[in-house]
Design a protein around this ligand. Structure first.
Ligand SMILES: NC(=O)c1ccc[n+]([C@@H]2O[C@H](COP(=O)([O-])OP(=O)(O)OC[C@H]3O[C@@H](n4cnc5c(N)ncnc54)[C@H](OP(=O)(O)O)[C@@H]3O)[C@@H](O)[C@H]2O)c1
Length: 348
C-alpha cells in the first residue's frame, strides 16, 4: 500500500500527482491546494487512526492538512508529518493549518499555544493559523450543548483585536506564514478588516450544499480572503451534541443523488466537486482509504455542468449543522444570536 519504503516516500500508483492538484492563490501570492484532509475525529476516531490517514492521504496526493489543538491529535499527526518529511516530501510542498482554541484568546496565551502546536506537529512554521472561534470561551471537550460556562463572554471586538495583534506577531516571528479566522460573520469580519495590520488570508466556515452562506461567501471572496469550507459532506458522523431533529442530509438530497447517478459516483463526491468548482476549499475528513482517495480524485475529473451547478445552488436550505450552542453567554439565548443574523453584532 502506501508511503515510505525504507526512508523514501513514494506516491501510490493509484494516487494523484500533487503537482497536478489545482491551487488557489492567496493575496500574499502563496498557493494553497484546492482540497485538504480534515483531522477532527469527532471524539470517536483515535489520534493514531487519524495520523495513519494523514500518511495514507499524502501517499495518494494530499498535501493540505487541516489541524487544530482542540482535536487533541496534533502530537500523533506530528509523527506522520515527520515521517513524510524525512521520507523526502519537501516541507514547502505541504500546507499545514492549525487553530487557536477558545480558552487561549488574549495577550498572553496565543504565542505559547502556537508554539505548542508547532512542537506537537514537529514543524518550525505553520502555513496558516486560525482563531478557531471568535468567542473566548472555555468548555470541556465533548460537553453537552446545554453546558454553559459561568465565564462565557460574547464577541467583544477590542478583545478580539488583542488576540489578533498576537496572531500578527506570529507572522512577524516567522512562526506562521498566514493568519485567518473561522466561524465569523460579516459584521465581525468587517471590523477585523478595518483594524487589522495583517488581514486574514483565509476564513474557515461551514459550507455544504444545504448551507451555502451566499452572503458571507461573497463578502469573503470580494475581500480577497480564501474561503475554506468545513463539514463539506454535511458531517455525517458529527458528535451527537451537534445534531438536531431539523438537520437535513446533503447526500440524500434528490438533486445531489441524481447528479451522482449520472456520474456513477457517491453523492459525497458531488458535494466536493461542487465545492471546488464554486471556489471554496473543502477539507473532508476521512480515515477510509477508498473515501479519501475518491475525494481527491473526483476534483480532477470533468467538472459538473453549469445546469448542475445551478441546480445545487437552488437546494440551499440555510441548514447550519455546527450551531455553537456552548458559546452562548446568557440564559434564554438562541444559537442564532452567535451568528449576527440581523447583520449586527449581537450586543452583550
Ligand atoms: N473551523 C471549525 O470550526 C471546524 C468545524 C468542524 C470541522 N472542521 C474541519 O473540517 C473537517 C471536515 O468536517 P467534518 O469532519 O465535520 O465533516 P465532513 O468532512 O463533512 O464528513 C466527514 C465524514 O464523512 C465520511 N466520508 C468522507 N468521505 C466520504 C466518501 N467519499 N463517501 C462517504 N463518506 C465519506 C467520513 O467517514 P470515513 O472516515 O468512513 O470516510 C466522515 O465520517 C474536520 O475534520 C475539521 O478538520 C472545522
Amino acid at each position: 500500500m502506501h508511503t515510505t519504503s525504507g526512508n523514501s516516500f513514494q506516491l501510490d500508483s493509484d494516487g494523484i500527482d500533487p503537482n497536478l492538484i489545482p491551487k488557489k492563490k492567496l493575496y500574499t501570492g502563496s498557493e494553497i491546494p484546492c482540497i485538504g484532509l480534515g483531522t477532527f475525529g469527532s471524539d470517536k476516531i483515535s489520534g493514531g487512526k487519524v495520523a495513519d490517514a494523514v500518511k495514507g492521504a499524502a501517499a495518494v496526493g494530499y498535501r493540505h492538512f487541516d489541524c487544530a489543538s482542540v482535536y487533541a491529535n496534533e502530537h500523533f499527526i506530528g509523527d506522520s508529518l515527520q515521517d513524510l518529511i524525512r521520507g523526502g516530501i519537501q516541507r514547502e510542498d505541504l500546507w499545514i493549518t492549525s487553530k487557536l482554541w477558545n480558552d487561549k484568546h488574549g495577550k498572553d496565551d496565543v504565542i505559547p499555544s502556537c508554539e505548542k502546536s508547532l512542537k506537537d506537529l514537529k514543524l518550525n512554521y505553520l502555513d496558516l493559523y486560525l482563531i478557531h472561534w471568535p468567542f473566548p470561551n472555555y468548555h470541556p471537550p465533548g460537553c453537552d450543548v446545554t453546558s454553559r460556562s459561568s465565564h462565557a463572554k460574547p464577541y467583544i471586538h477590542e478583545n478580539f483585536m488583542k488576540t489578533w495583534r498576537q496572531m500578527e506577531k506570529l507572522v512577524d516571528m516567522k512562526l506562521v506564514k498566514h493568519i485567518g479566522t473561522s466561524n465569523m460573520t460579516i459584521p465581525k469580519l468587517s471590523r477585523v478588516l478595518r483594524d487589522a495590520k495583517i488581514k486574514p488570508a483565509c476564513n474557515e466556515m461551514e459550507l455544504h450544499p444545504h448551507f451555502q452562506q451566499p452572503e458571507l461567501f461573497k463578502f469573503v471572496v470580494d475581500n480577497e480572503i480564501v474561503p475554506i469550507g468545513y463539514s463539506p459532506l454535511g458531517s455525517p458522523n458529527r458528535p451527537e451534541r451537534d445534531r438536531t431533529p431539523d438537520d437535513t442530509v446533503d447526500t440524500a438530497d434528490p438533486v445531489i443523488v441524481e447528479i451522482a447517478a449520472r456520474l456513477n459516483i457517491h453523492p459525497a463526491l458531488v458535494c466536493l466537486k461542487w465545492a471546488v468548482q464554486r471556489g471554496q476549499i473543502p477539507i473532508p475528513f476521512s480515515t477510509d482509504r477508498n473515501h479519501y482517495l475518491g475525494n481527491i480524485k473526483c476534483v480532477m475529473d470533468p467538472p459538473l455542468t453549469d445546469d448542475e451547478m445551478q441546480a445545487i445552488k437552488s437546494i440551499d436550505k440555510n441548514c447550519r449543522l455546527i450551531k455553537g450552542q456552548v458559546f452562548l453567554w446568557k440564559a434564554n439565548q438562541n444559537w442564532q444570536d452567535l451568528w449576527d443574523v440581523d447583520g449586527k453584532i449581537t450586543p452583550p
